[in-house]
Design a protein. Structure first.
Length: 382
C-alpha cells in the first residue's frame, strides 16, 4: 500500500488538544475509515496498514454521566463512565469500528456492558465493537496466542476497509509508526534538558493518540526544529499512576511552581519509548511488542516495570515522584508500597494522592502538592 498523505495540516499540539477529534472528522469527510480504540494496547499499526485511521477515545470530565449511570455503577473509572455517556449520546457514531483490548478488567467489563446495552436496547445506536484479546503474561505460548489474535484483527480490518493487510502493508505501517516513536524519543530527551512545560509535553503525547501518524510525525519535526526554552531551577517531578488524558493535574502542579519532566502512565511518554522490530516477520514483531511493551496495568513481569520506573527517575533527574491514583483505581494502588520502598532506597521523595476524582477537583490536592514542593525546595536548599 502506498503511503497516504498526512491528513489535516494542524499547526501545534495545543491546537490538537483543543479539538482532539479534528483529524478523525477530517479523515472521515475525505472517505477514510476511522477506527476508535480504548487504552494504549491496540496494535494501531494494523489500522494504519488497512488504510484506516486510529483514534483513541477520551472522556469529558466537564459533562455529567446521567445516561451512563443507568447502566454503569459509579465504582468504575471515571473516563470509562464518561466515554459510555458519549457513546450513548451518539457522539462517536461517525466511527466505523471501536477496538477494545483486554488489557484491564475495566476495559473487559466495558466491552461486555456495551454489548449488553446493544442487545437489550436496540434503539441505541453504537458503532460496532471488536474485542482484541491481548494477554501480557511473559511466556512463549502467550506470544503464539497474541499472534493469532493479531491475525484475526488484521482480517477484521481488511474486511472493514477492503484493503489487504499483508506483510508488506504491516511492515510499512510499522516503519511509519516507529518514525514517530523515534521523533518522540528525541522530544522527550529535549524535554528533560530544557524548560518545556509538562503540560505541553502531555499535549504532545495525547496528540499522537488522535492524529494520523504522519501528521503527528510532522508536528514533532516542527517542534524539534524550534528553539527550546532554557532549563529552570524549578523542582523536577514525575507523575505516576492513573492515566491523565487531560492536562488539568499537570496545570495544577506546574502552577504551584514545579516542572513535570517525566511520567509513568498510559497517556504519556511511555507510549513511544519502545520501537517495534523491523527486521523480522511483522506480525511476530507486533505480537512481541504488544505482549511485552504495550503500557497497561497488566504488564509483566512486575520487576521489569519497577526497574524501568527507577531508571527513568535517574535519567530524568527527578526531585520527587507524585503517585496519582483515581478514586476508583483497583489495581495500581497495590503496587504503591513496593514502589515507594524502592524510591526510599534511592532517597527520592514521593507523595501519594488517592481518591482523586475524574469529575471535578479537590482543593486539598493542591495543598498536598504545595506542601510537597515546599519540602523539595527545603531539601534542595538545605
Amino acid at each position: 500500500m502506498s503511503k497516504p498523505p498526512a491528513l489535516l495540516p494542524v499547526k501545534s499540539f495545543a491546537e490538537v488538544y483543543a479539538d482532539p477529534e479534528i483529524a478523525a472528522r477530517f479523515g472521515k469527510s475525505a472517505g477514510r475509515k476511522v477506527v476508535g480504540v480504548l487504552g494504549g494496547t491496540v496494535p494501531v499499526e494494523l489500522i494504519t496498514a488497512a488504510g484506516a485511521m486510529p483514534m483513541r477515545l477520551r472522556g469529558d470530565p466537564a459533562l455529567p454521566t446521567t445516561a451512563a449511570d443507568v447502566y454503569m455503577e459509579p465504582v468504575h473509572e471515571g473516563h470509562l463512565r464518561s466515554i459510555l455517556e458519549r457513546l450513548l449520546a451518539g457522539h462517536f457514531n461517525y466511527l466505523d469500528l471501536i477496538v477494545i483490548p483486554r488489557s484491564s478488567e475495566g476495559l473487559l467489563q466495558f466491552y461486555y456492558l456495551v454489548e449488553h446495552i446493544r442487545a437489550t436496547n436496540p434503539s441505541v445506536r453504537i458503532p460496532p465493537f471488536y474485542l482484541f484479546d491481548l494477554l501480557q503474561t511473559p511466556f512463549e505460548y502467550t506470544t503464539r496466542y497474541v499472534r493469532a489474535r493479531i491475525e484475526e484483527l488484521a482480517q477484521r480490518l481488511a474486511g472493514l476497509t477492503g484493503n489487504a493487510v499483508g506483510a508488506d502493508a504491516i511492515r510499512e505501517a510499522v516503519a511509519r509508526h516507529n518514525r514517530a516513536r523515534r521523533l518522540f524519543q528525541k522530544f522527550t530527551a529535549r524535554r528533560r534538558g530544557s524548560n518545556i512545560p509538562g503540560v505541553e509535553a502531555l499535549k504532545a503525547a495525547i496528540a499522537g493518540q488522535v492524529l494520523d501518524v504522519d501528521a503527528f510525525a510532522h508536528l514533532l519535526e516542527e517542534n524539534l526544529n524550534s528553539p527550546a526554552p532554557e532549563d529552570s531551577r524549578l523542582p523536577r517531578l514525575m507523575v505516576k499512576g492513573s492515566p491523565h488524558e487531560h492536562v488539568r493535574f499537570y496545570e495544577t502542579v506546574e502552577r504551584l511552581g514545579s516542572r513535570v519532566v517525566a511520567e509513568d502512565h498510559d497517556w504519556g511518554e511511555r507510549l513511544y519509548d519502545h520501537l517495534i522490530e523491523e527486521d523480522v516477520e511483522p506480525i511476530d514483531a507486533l505480537a512481541r511488542h504488544y505482549q511485552h511493551h504495550a503500557v497497561s496495568v497488566r504488564q509483566l513481569p512486575q520487576a521489569e516495570q519497577d526497574a524501568r520506573f527507577l531508571a527513568t527517575t535517574v535519567e530524568a533527574k527527578v526531585d520527587g515522584v507524585i503517585f496519582y491514583l483515581e478514586e476508583n483505581d483497583d489495581t495500581l494502588g497495590w503496587d504503591y508500597p513496593r514502589q515507594k520502598r524502592l524510591l526510599d532506597e534511592q532517597n527520592v521523595p514521593s507523595l501519594l494522592l488517592t481518591g482523586e476524582p475524574y469529575f471535578g477537583e479537590v482543593e486539598e490536592t493542591s495543598k498536598k502538592v504545595s506542601d510537597f514542593l515546599a519540602e523539595l525546595r527545603g531539601a534542595r536548599n538545605g
